[in-house]
Design a protein around this ligand. Structure first.
Ligand SMILES: [Zn+2]
Length: 174
């Protein structure tokens, strides 16, 4: 047994949000619940510009499509990117019900979106993912990816953890 397995993990502390960010993050959580109701992984995301206009929203569609890349954040970026300039996206915020995976963090980098706010963090999510290999995430955080970016990507999270966690209760099979 490794040393780390015997020690309690240090979970990231929740970060406070202002009322506007809280409202949009709750919309992302509602999109996660919608995904779950349709037989998908419970994840949702939306992209909001600097004026508060929703540019795109998406729910996870893994179950419906059979596409392992049908993550909410990636799908939202695919909707927004052809329609909006990199300049507009640079001042936009992507709200995600959960911490973006390494694939979605890469898509956020390519999109030039400059700000990310997420609900439940990857560490707390691992409690739900269980031991099945097809449910495990890569242990490389979105901040690891953003930190190597040539442009600044602000990242806030976890936030509204209890609300974001509720979408996952009973949704994963060990
Ligand atoms: Zn992802």
């Amino acid at each position: 047994m490794s040393v780390s397995a015997t020690l309690p993990s240090l979970l990231p502390a929740p970060q406070a949000l202002n009322a506007t960010d809280g409202r949009y993050l709750r919309q992302a959580i509602a999109l996660a619940d919608r995904a779950r109701a349709r037989g998908n992984r419970p994840f949702g995301a939306l992209i909001v510009d600097a004026q508060g206009v929703v540019l795109a929203e998406a729910s996870n569609a893994n179950g419906e499509s059979g596409d392992c890349t049908a993550h909410a954040e990636l799908s939202a970026i695919r909707l927004a990117s052809p329609q909006h300039s990199r300049q507009a996206l640079a001042s936009a915020t992507l709200y995600s019900s959960a911490e973006p995976c390494v694939m979605c963090a890469g898509a956020i980098f390519w999109s030039a979106i400059g700000r990310v706010i997420y609900g439940i963090d990857a560490e707390r999510l691992r409690v739900f993912r269980g031991e099945r290999l097809d449910q495990k995430d890569a242990e490389l955080s979105c901040r690891d990816v953003f930190g190597r970016s040539s442009h600044a990507i602000e990242c806030i999270g976890p936030a509204l953890i209890d609300e974001a966690r509720a979408s996952h209760q009973g949704a994963w099979k060990a």
